[in-house]
Design a protein around this ligand. Structure first.
Ligand SMILES: [Zn+2]
Length: 396
């Protein structure tokens, strides 16, 4: 068993010393490209170039490691993707990189997993364009130009609370004065819902995530968000058929995954902290950070909420919370369920965190609420710090 001091002895940024980390990204890219071309269950030769490259490199990596089994074709490789968690592939990967549920293709729905999309998008070089960030930055610039921080908050709320819009609802957003500065940007954010989401003439949204559910064999519905699926069958939100189904729009995937999903967590945390009687501001200063929490004595916490499946990628991207609007203490917060689904989420985050973000603790949402409650009661003057290392999970 690895002790805390062993873990800290592992030198930082060591992920790229594992040659197959890049291969996982290539695989993720190939799976997503194939899914975009159609079904993940039928292919014709020649295979698309990216898929062929992923297959060739996987075969080489297996041979290098003397693996007994090697995927011989693209169908075999995809079979691995939905039957074998990545930790069971004969690849040279960091020991803390993947857990037993980490598949590239969902075993049930046979579509790329959230983890797969995360690796494909977040695994890219830091300089690579990232659509979700570009959209959010564009909104920020447009709202600054209009001197309207309210417009920026309205835009973010729309993306978090309305990931699906009927034709009529889209029309209503056209007349929302707060959204005026970002009208044209909205056309880049919402796209028609593809037919693959329709079953017997109707579309269904998830009651928890508000995003579209995908119909799967047996007449059941599947939610694309990992954290939602772990909580059991998705409750049905809206059922949309007939005229509502015509002209139906949804946010494009990078925005659903990187804005709506963490946004749900941000809005939920805002509600919990407000319920304690604290003053909470969402996305202050044109989104300098996610939540600004002011205590009755004027003491301020600055919080960024991160809903990532993968704590290693999260740690590698850690950077201090922006200094303005000013605050006394800051931290990153991850949903407790996300943390508990990994055998050492906080520890993995910490081991991958760069030196420049050494002072940035990661807490669960529950722990943050506990600390806020304690601070309000005046007990022990609690501070936002890394929890003591435990056997895997961070409990409040
Ligand atoms: Zn859901």
């Amino acid at each position: 068993m690895t002790t805390a001091s062993d873990a800290h002895a592992t030198h930082r940024g060591d992920w790229l010393d594992f040659p197959d980390v890049r291969l996982v990204r290539t695989l993720a890219g190939a799976v997503i490209q194939l899914a975009d071309l159609g079904s993940l269950s039928s292919f014709k030769l020649p295979y698309p170039a990216e898929a062929q490259r992923a297959l060739d490199r996987t075969v080489l990596a297996c041979l290098l490691r003397g693996a007994e089994e090697v995927p011989r074709s693209l169908p075999e490789l995809l079979f691995w993707c939905h039957t074998r968690p990545l930790e069971d592939w004969p690849l040279d990967l960091p020991p803390d990189a993947f857990g037993p549920d980490d598949y590239l293709v969902d075993p049930e729905a046979l579509v790329p997993t959230q983890l797969c999309h995360e690796w494909w998008i977040r695994g890219k070089d830091a300089g690579a364009a990232q659509f979700d960030r570009e959209v959010v930055h564009t909104a920020m610039r447009l709202c600054r130009k209009a001197s309207s921080p309210e417009s920026y908050v309205a835009f973010r709320r729309l993306l978090v609370e309305r990931p699906v819009l009927t034709g009529v609802e889209r029309f209503e957003t056209d007349t929302d004065l707060f959204l005026a500065p970002v009208q044209e940007l909205l056309d880049q954010c919402y796209a028609p819902v593809p037919a693959s989401y329709e079953f017997e003439g109707t579309y269904v949204t998830c009651g928890r995530c508000l995003t579209m559910l995908t119909p799967v064999a047996g007449g059941t519905w599947w939610c694309e968000r990992d954290r939602c699926r772990r909580r059991g069958a998705p409750p049905h939100g809206r059922t949309l058929g007939g005229t509502e189904a015509a002209g139906l729009l949804q946010l494009v995937r990078p925005l659903r995954q990187f804005v709506t999903s963490p946004g749900r967590a941000e809005v939920a945390l805002e509600a919990r902290l407000s319920a304690l009687g604290l003053e909470v501001q969402l996305w202050p200063g044109f989104d300098a950070y996610d939540l600004r929490v002011t205590f009755p004595d004027g003491y301020v916490w600055a919080i960024d909420v991160k809903d990532w499946k993968h704590p290693g990628l999260l740690g590698r991207s850690a950077k201090p919370v922006r200094p303005e609007p000013p605050y006394n203490e800051s931290c990153w917060v991850a949903p407790r369920e996300q943390v508990e689904s990994h055998r050492d989420y906080i520890g993995t985050y910490r081991r991958n965190r760069p030196l420049s973000a050494e002072g940035l603790p990661l807490l669960t949402d529950d722990r943050l609420v506990t600390l806020a409650t304690a601070r309000l009661r005046g007990t022990n003057d609690p501070h936002l710090t890394d929890p003591a290392p435990t056997n895997g999970t961070d409990r409040a």
